[in-house]
Design a protein around this ligand. Structure first.
Ligand code: NAD
Length: 507
C-alpha cells in the first residue's frame, strides 16, 4: 500500500542510471486530485470546441518547441534508441492536429430525421456531452505517445483528464502535464504517478477508463468498471502475425518485418510477433531476414543514431523473451540470430527462430520483445488458419505482389487492423479505428467521430414541431378510441401487406 510521501525511483534500463524520482500517489491523493478536476470540468465543457482546440494546439506548439528535451526524457527512462525515441513527439503533434481540426464537426449535434411519419411531430436532436472525468492508464513502451493517444480526444470532448502512467516510465507523462501548466491552460489535465494501486484508485474515482496495457490488467479493470457500471475501453496485448505470400517482394517483406518486429526492441503492441511464409519463398525469405537482422546494430548512445536496436524497458520483460526462446529451443526450434541476453543492462539481441510451431510459447504468448519466429506454411489457407489460431486479435500484416489478394486475405483475418505490404501503417492513420479483437481489447481509439464521441454520453432531445394539443392521445384517462386510433395508425404505417388494414376504432 502506498504511504504518503513515498517515491518511485526511475532508472535508465540501458545503464542503470537513476534518471528521476516521482511520487507514489496514495488512494486519498487520487481522490483529492479527481475532486479538483471535477470542480474545473464544467467550465471546460462550457467552452466552445474551438476554444478547447486552441488549448490543444498551444500544447502542440509547446511539444514542438520542446521536442529535443522531451525526446531526451523518453530515451532516458526507456533505454530506447534515438531513432525510436524521436518519433514520439511528431506522432503526438500529428494526433493533436487531427483532433483539433475535426473535433467540432465530430461533436456537433445531430438532427436525425424521425424514423416514422408519426414521429414528424417532433424535432430530434442528439447531443454529445462529456463524461466529467476520464482516467487514462498507460504502459511503458511509448511513454509520451501513450498518454497523447487518448488525452487529446478526451480533453477536446470536454472531459477533465487524469493520466496514470506506468511506474516504470512516468517522466514523459509528467512533462506533458508540465506543458499543460506552462501554456496556462485550465486545470483540467493532471498526471498522477504511482503503481498498480494508484491505477486502481483512478479506476475507483473517474467516470470513464481508457486503459492501455496487458490483457491481465485489462481484465481486472473491466471487472472493477463493471462493479461501478462504468464504461471503459481497453487496448491490450497482441501476438500479431505476418503472412508472406509466395508472390511477395521478399526483400521488402523481410525489411518491413524486421522493422515491424524489432522497432522499440519489439516492445510495441502491434509488433510482428510471428511470421508465416508460403513454402516456395520460405528459404529465400529466411536467409534474407537473417542477413538483415545480422546487420542491425544494438547499443545505447544518448542523442546519437549509431544504433538500430536499444535496450528493453525492464529486466522482467527481458526474462520473458529468454523464457520463450528457451522453451522453443527445448521443443526443437533453431536459433538463427541472437538467442541469448547480452548480460549488459536489459539488452537482448534480435533473435530469429525457425522450426517453430503452435505448441510453443513463442508462437502463442505475447513476447513483447525482439524475436521473430518464422514458420513455413503450405499455402494461403494454412497461413490464415494459423494466423487466426490465437487468443489475441490486434493487427496483422500481409506481404504480397497482388494487392487485391492481400485485401482478400485481410478480410479473412480475425484482427482489428491489417497492413498490406507495410507495418504500423494503421497506427499513423488516425481516420481509421485502432482497436483489438478477442483478448486484444474492447473498443477502439481514433477512427473519426466514434473516437471522440466515446468520451461522451449521447443525449436525445425531442422538441415539439407544430402546435401542441391540450393532451397527447395516449395520456390518461384511458380511452378505447384513442388507444385504437394510435395503434391503428402505427399498424397502417409499419405492418406489411394485408396486415396493414385498419382495425376497428370502436367496439
Ligand atoms: P500493465 O498491464 O502491467 O500496466 C499498464 C498500466 O496499468 C500501468 O500504468 C500499471 O501501473 C497499471 N496497473 C497495473 N495494475 C492495475 C490495476 N489493477 N488497476 C489499474 N491500473 C493498473 O502493462 P505494461 O507491462 O505496462 O505494458 C505492456 C502491455 O501493454 C503489453 O501487453 C502490450 O501489448 C500492451 N500495449 C497495448 C497497446 C494497444 O494499443 N493495444 C499499446 C501499448 C502497449
Amino acid at each position: 500500500m502506498s504511504t504518503p510521501g513515498a517515491e518511485i525511483e526511475v532508472r535508465n534500463p540501458a545503464d542503470g542510471r537513476v534518471v528521476g524520482r516521482v511520487r507514489d500517489h496514495t488512494v486519498s491523493e487520487v481522490a483529492a486530485a479527481v475532486t479538483e478536476l471535477r470542480r474545473h470540468q464544467p467550465a471546460w465543457a462550457a467552452l466552445a470546441v474551438r476554444e478547447r482546440a486552441e488549448w490543444v494546439m498551444r500544447l502542440q506548439d509547446w511539444l514542438v518547441d520542446h521536442a529535443a528535451r522531451l525526446t531526451d526524457v523518453v530515451q532516458s527512462e526507456t533505454g530506447k534508441t534515438r531513432f525510436d525515441a524521436e518519433i514520439e513527439v511528431p506522432c503526438s503533434i500529428d494526433l493533436a492536429r487531427y483532433w483539433a481540426r475535426h473535433a467540432a464537426a465530430f461533436l456537433a449535434d445531430e438532427h436525425p430525421a424521425p424514423h416514422s411519419p408519426i414521429g414528424q411531430t417532433k424535432r430530434l436532436v442528439t447531443t454529445f456531452r462529456p463524461y466529467p472525468v476520464v482516467g487514462i492508464i498507460t504502459p511503458w513502451n511509448l511513454p509520451l505517445m501513450n498518454p497523447c493517444f487518448d488525452a487529446f480526444a478526451a480533453l477536446l470532448a470536454g472531459a477533465a483528464v487524469v493520466v496514470k502512467p506506468s511506474e516504470i516510465t512516468p517522466l514523459s507523462a509528467l512533462e506533458l502535464a508540465r506543458g499543460w501548466t506552462e501554456i496556462g491552460a485550465p486545470p483540467v489535465f493532471t498526471v498522477l504517478t504511482g503503481g498498480g494501486e494508484t491505477g486502481r484508485a483512478v479506476v475507483g474515482e473517474v467516470d470513464y477508463v481508457q486503459f492501455t496495457g496487458s490483457t491481465r490488467t485489462g481484465r481486472a479493470i473491466a471487472v472493477a468498471c463493471g462493479e461501478r457500471l462504468m464504461p471503459y475501453s481497453l487496448e491490450l496485448g497482441g501476438k500479431d502475425p505476418a503472412i508472406v505470400l509466395a508472390d511477395a517482394d521478399v526483400d521488402r517483406a523481410a525489411a518491413g518485418i524486421v522493422y515491424g518486429g524489432l522497432f522499440n526492441s519489439g516492445q510495441a503492441c502491434i509488433s510482428v510477433e510471428r511470421v508465416y511464409v508460403e513454402a516456395p519463398v520460405y528459404d529465400r525469405f529466411v536467409s534474407t531476414l537473417t542477413a538483415q537482422v545480422e546487420r542491425l546494430r544494438q547499443g545505447h548512445d544518448d542523442r546519437g543514431f549509431r544504433y538500430d536496436i536499444g535496450a528493453m524497458a525492464t529486466f522482467a520483460q527481458r526474462d520473458i523473451v529468454q523464457r520463450h526462446i528457451g522453451e522453443a529451443v527445448a521443443a526443437g526450434a533453431r536459433i538463427l540470430n541472437g538467442g541469448k541476453a547480452t548480460g549488459v543492462g536489459t539488452f537482448f539481441p534480435p533473435t530469429v527462430l525457425v522450426d517453430v510451431d503452435h505448441s510453443m510459447s513463442c508462437m502463442t504468448e505475447e513476447t513483447f520483445g525482439p524475436t521473430l519466429p518464422v514458420m513455413r506454411v503450405a499455402d494461403e489457407d494454412e497461413a490464415v488458419r494459423l494466423a487466426n489460431d490465437s487468443a489475441y486479435g490486434l493487427s496483422a500484416t500481409v506481404w504480397t505482389g497482388d494487392r487485391a489478394r492481400g485485401e482478400r486475405v485481410a478480410r479473412r483475418l480475425e484482427v482489428g487492423a491489417v497492413n498490406i505490404n507495410d507495418a504500423f501503417a494503421n497506427l499513423v492513420n488516425f481516420a481509421l479505428p485502432m482497436g483489438g479483437w478477442k483478448e486484444s481489447g474492447i473498443g477502439a481509439r481514433w477512427g473519426g467521430a466514434a473516437g471522440i464521441r466515446k468520451y461522451c454520453r449521447g443525449q436525445a432531445i425531442t422538441i415539439p414541431r407544430g402546435p401542441e394539443l391540450p393532451r397527447e392521445p395516449l395520456w390518461y384517462p384511458a380511452s378505447r378510441f384513442r388507444s385504437r386510433l394510435v395503434t391503428t395508425l402505427m399498424r397502417a404505417v409499419d405492418a406489411r401487406g394485408l396486415r396493414k388494414l385498419p382495425i376497428r376504432l370502436r367496439g
